[in-house]
Design a binder for this molecule. Structure first.
Ligand code: NAD
Length: 480
């Protein structure tokens, strides 16, 4: 059985405890590798390695840091097929999606922040003839990056790239549910010549290594992406330690379809927004509000499109809808489908576990599921399911649509589908979310601020926001 290893001080090593967690392939339900269950001893070794190189890396020239990071991005590209396959096996996502989205974005993240590091500058504030202020932006030192399972390498690189480009040394923890591509990435770091200790990757559970990582006194900033409950826990346990925190959390995102939208394009894109990556994207639009005059017509076209999604083996290049990530998650999603019916919802399509034949007969597949007839306040419409389940509801007035959209504790993303320019701007401004798409979904420019409001998080990633998060500003005032 393949044993995944930690990456500490430039070496691939076993965990100090010698304990392992089992890693399951979601499409087959079979254990196929073992994950080191790291603990505070591994963390201490990683912190010591990071501390030893901290000054060197902070003073390495911007160009040299960018060169190393670009080499790493090139290595991701040249290993894209193997990485996409590893992601499909580890996560259950369709291999074509893994290659086009996950792996493509992983190298793009690194290349983007390699360049951002060379372009980043700080402010100065002149006080007439009296004085001038300039702001230094130094790296923070040792920072922690914790990522989830839905976009394993994509979100892992999205954090570590700006941290490294701005001169920090990093201790990173990928999700124990999907550790494989972070492990393969650690091998690419060695090949790219990343100096030992600059990045350390510790595998294991949230309890065993995530907890110690967030509370370690030498780790001065934590960039976390994951569930809102975990984010709240991290806020609580780090309170009083004065760490910088960036928390990218859950979502329950609204999709607002107005009667004047481009009908066909909207149907196609709203299906993608609801079901891409088996609905396991924090940005997925799982509450779909449709203006009443087109409700029935939209519903018919939407259901037909959802039914046409090809479910199957993630390794089949024609598969569009793969497995959900784990047995626990499969059961969670199925329990919400059950709940939706108890709450008075009607299943229009889907609603069951999907059983494949052959290699994937024990896989954790769920049919893409559409529910109708639910109240906005019910749990199905309020809680994050994070699976292939969406709810459709009619609305009559623009103001009502805005209220429905804003009527949850979350505030990550929204999409608005209309050809009325004034309404598009008006609604976008009224929506409580960090990201609003108009007539598109998941169109990403890496320079833009990314993050949520309300229970969807604190802080922003992306572009300069990330470079600012990973640096400490110091104002220097000089009198003339
Ligand atoms: P999770 O919160 O269970 O785990 C995320 C990471 O935190 C994992 O690496 C996990 O091991 C670690 N962790 C768990 N407990 C910890 C603890 N006590 N201390 C420190 N670390 C701990 O989330 P998940 O199930 O992996 O991911 C799904 C969630 O992530 C969904 O809610 C989804 O919306 C959210 N998400 C948000 C974004 C975003 O950008 N806002 C992006 C992707 C996913």
């Amino acid at each position: 059985m393949q044993k995944i290893q930690n990456y500490i001080n430039g070496q691939l090593v076993s965990s100090a405890s010698g304990e392992y967690l089992e890693n399951v392939e979601p499409a087959t339900g079979k254990i196929y590798s073992l994950i080191p269950e790291s603990n505070s001893d591994d963390l201490d070794a990683a912190v010591a390695a990071a501390e030893a190189i901290q000054n060197d890396w902070a003073h390495t020239s911007l160009e040299k840091r960018a060169d190393i990071l670009c080499r790493l991005a090139d290595l991701i590209d040249s290993n894209a097929d193997a990485l996409a396959k590893a992601e499909a096996i580890d996560n259950g996502k369709a291999i074509s999606f893994a290659k086009a989205v996950d792996i493509y974005r992983s190298s793009a993240n690194i290349r983007f922040f390699a360049q951002a590091g060379t372009q980043f500058s700080s402010e100065s504030h002149a006080m007439g003839n009296l004085a001038i202020n300039y702001t230094l932006r130094d790296p923070i030192g040792i920072v922690g990056c914790i990522s989830p399972w839905n976009f394993p390498l994509y979100l892992f690189t999205w954090k570590i790239a700006p941290a490294l480009a701005s001169g920090n040394v990093v201790i990173a923890k990928p999700s124990e549910v999907t550790p494989m591509t972070a492990y393969l990435f650690s091998k690419l770091c060695i090949e790219a010549g990343l100096p030992a200790g600059v990045l350390n990757i510790l595998h294991g559970s949230g309890q065993s290594i995530g907890g110690p990582l967030t509370t370690h006194p030498k780790i001065k900033a934590i960039s976390f992406t994951g569930g809102s409950a975990t984010g709240a826990h991290i806020s609580k346990v780090t309170a009083g330690m004065f760490k910088k925190l960036s928390l990218e959390l859950g979502g329950k995102n609204p999709t607002l379809v107005f009667a004047d939208c481009d009908f066909e394009e909207t149907v196609n894109e709203v299906v993608k927004a609801a079901f891409s990556n088996q609905g396991q994207i924090c940005l997925c639009g799982s509450r779909i509000y449709i203006e009443r005059p087109i409700y029935e017509q939209f519903k018919t076209a939407f259901i037909a499109k959802v039914k046409s999604l090809r479910i199957g083996d993630p390794l089949d290049p024609n598969t569009q809808h793969g497995a959900t990530v784990s047995e626990a998650h499969l059961n969670k999603v199925l329990s919400y489908i059950e709940l939706a019916q108890q709450e008075g919802g009607t299943i229009l399509t889907g609603g069951k576990r999907h059983i494949e034949s052959g290699r994937c007969q024990n896989g954790y597949f769920v049919e893409p599921t559409v529910v109708e007839g639910l109240d906005n306040q019910c749990r199905t419409n309020q809680e994050e399911i994070f699976g292939p389940v969406c709810s459709i509801m009619p609305f009559d007035k623009e103001q009502e649509a805005i209220q429905l959209a804003n009527g949850t504790e979350y505030g990550l993303a929204a999409s608005i589908w209309t050809n009325d320019l004034k309404r598009a701007h008006r609604v976008a401004k009224s929506i409580e979310a960090g990201i609003v798409w108009i007539n598109c979904w998941l169109l990403r420019d890496l320079r833009t601020p990314f993050g949520g409001v309300k229970s969807s998080g604190v802080g922003r990633e992306g572009g300069l926001e990330a470079m600012r998060f990973f640096t400490e500003p110091k104002n220097v005032c000089i009198k003339y």
